[in-house]
Ligand binder design. Structure first.
Ligand SMILES: O=C(O)CCC(=O)C(=O)O
Length: 252
């Protein structure tokens, strides 16, 4: 279980790293399935060329156009991913942070192996995940397991600590609800951004309401991370939205 100090960090900063949460054997098993599914192009896959983010190939016919960005439906994809999503050493910590009786995993958001490939990956600009999510509140938690080192050069995660507690003016966001980089009112907050350096097996727990971003991969190795989203019983998906498309899965 987490210490009170860790709970306080999560509540104040909006994120918390659990170093070495997955052991080397677990990471190796998850990586083996990931690379075999990438090799086999096992659907469903989101391609870099589909997202239109800076750095991504413009179309599937361009060089690198078939590069995967995310292996979707990770929980359903393979028993190795499912087992990690259900591992109590992590899920009980998430339940503790949520202060909930139950813990549910949503197959509708993240539920993915996020990949960043050399040459053809993209920049994800500053956003809150909740921009296209529909819940009764924002008390969800993402669990991002690093399957290798993650840092500034290979597209590692950046966060703005404490930004899950801000109010942001509409003028501070562009049409896709990314933080405007040239908006005066965002400068003080953008200056607080940090990279979250991770090693294989570390977990980054973060509020989907925190502003986060990541650059493209500038190294020669594929970076990959397994990502799931959880909620407690009081946080309900709004019916007939993307967040209720598939029923949530009871974990605890
Ligand atoms: O690795 C990235 O590009 C960031 C991914 C991300 O923030 C997201 O999928 O919400």
């Amino acid at each position: 279980m987490l210490t009170q100090a860790q709970v306080n960090i999560f509540n104040q900063q909006g994120f918390l790293v659990l170093p070495g949460a997955a052991d080397a054997e677990t990471v190796a098993a998850i990586r083996a399935v990931t690379f075999s599914h990438l090799e086999a192009k096992k659907e469903p896959i989101e391609l870099e060329s589909e997202v239109n983010y800076p750095g991504a190939p413009k179309s599937v016919d361009d060089p690198g156009g078939a590069t995967a960005r995310r292996l979707l439906m990770a929980y359903e994809r393979d028993a190795v991913f499912k087992a990690w999503a259900e591992d109590t050493s992590v899920t009980e910590c998430i339940q503790q942070l949520l202060g909930s009786e139950q813990l549910l995993l949503t197959p509708n958001h993240h539920n993915t192996v996020m990949t960043k490939h050399p040459k053809y990956s993209s920049d994800t600009l500053w956003h809150r995940d909740t921009r296209y999510w529909h819940y009764s509140d924002n008390c969800l938690i993402n669990a991002w397991t690093a399957l290798g080192p993650e840092h500034q050069l290979n597209g590692g995660m950046k966060v703005i600590p404490g930004s899950h507690l801000w109010h942001v003016d509409d003028e501070g966001l562009d049409d896709l609800q990314f933080l405007k980089l040239d908006y005066e009112g965002n400068q003080v907050q953008l200056a607080k951004a940090i990279y979250v350096n991770l090693n294989a097996g570390d977990i980054l727990l973060f509020s989907p309401y925190i502003f986060h971003a990541a650059d493209r991969c500038k190294t020669n190795d594929v970076k990959c991370s397994l990502v799931f989203t959880y909620r407690g019983e009081v946080t309900l998906p709004v019916q007939n939205t993307k967040s209720s498309r598939f029923p949530d899965i009871r974990i605890i």
